[in-house]
Design a binder for this molecule. Sequence first.
Ligand code: NAD
Ligand code: MG
Length: 341
Amino acid sequence: MATLYYDSDADPALIGARKVAVIGYGSQGHAHAQNLADSGVDVRVGLREGSSSAAKAAEAGLKVTGIGEATAEADVVMILLPDVEQPDVWAAGIAPNLSEGDAVLFAHGFNIRFGYIEPPAGVDVAMVAPKGPGHLVRRTYVEGGGVPALVAVAQDATGKAHGLALSYAHAIGATRAGVLDTTFAEETETDLFGEQAVLCGGLSALITAGFDTLVGAGYAPESAYFECLHEVKLIVDLMYEQGLAGMRFSISDTAEYGDLTRGPRIVDGHVRQEMQRILEEIRSGSFAEEWMAEHRAGRPRFEQLRQEAAAHPVEKVGAELRAMMPFVSAGKARPQDVSGG
Ligand code: NAD
Ligand code: MG
């Protein structure tokens, strides 16, 4: 079994003795900065000129400066910008303001794993990656809990990087829930694979194909929506609470027999082979290269695919049905909070 770290395994004094800069105030940034401040850590938020987040951060009682200034002033810099934006901001505002012995932290391994950011030899490079969206990192902290997190060390210049990462994890509430060791490579590769093959890509494609099959055969789009999308949550909740066997215990024998005999025909050898190829594209860096190039070209293909997906009939019927079920989305995450990675 892997080692899990809890509150008593972390030394809060380590992060308490440092000056921390949180760069970015989005989903993760606002949560880390506010949790650190509430834990008594000396934290400032580094934002670009004219950032619309500056007012929000100031309203939360946080000190706000430019990115270069925050980096220069601090000796621990947590980079919470979108992954594809990080290399340019790193080169312009962060790298020139680092000092020997500083620590650079990430919440996802992408830029280190694929070499888009190459920190100088004299700084610690570590990861504290909460396994949940920022609004949950904040909400659970306020409620006295936390979101589990992964920690990793890519470069240990001071010999103290792991302890510092654990101490940071403690200050954002993660050691209340459990913190696990990983590596930048493992976190990055499994995170990308999960979101592409299963969580986001695989599941969306499965739902869409099921919906299209029923509607194409003449069934009502409303029935197809309830069957192929709405009910996914009910089944996933059972899996989340009790595993696959627990889910199968709760469904009818007819459903279970259909599950066991038909599931492997849907996710067949071809699908498993394609999963291998997707994993290979991640590990070779070719997915990262493709995505970085798409981003730098202004995201033409991404925007087109987004629009096509948004125009799919499952979205139209879904919007109408959900409008009649306000309880479905009441108090739940806003779409911008639910991104992966
Ligand atoms: P986000 O998109 O919510 O926020 C990014 C912030 O950076 C925003 O304040 C935005 O205005 C600012 N920003 C964008 N481009 C910028 C630029 N060029 N210069 C300066 N500022 C810029 O990002 P996020 O989802 O919080 O992700 C931050 C990091 O956390 C990423 O490494 C991500 O992989 C990781 N992460 C995210 C989640 C999640 O659920 N959102 C979970 C775990 C890890
Ligand atoms: Mg500094």
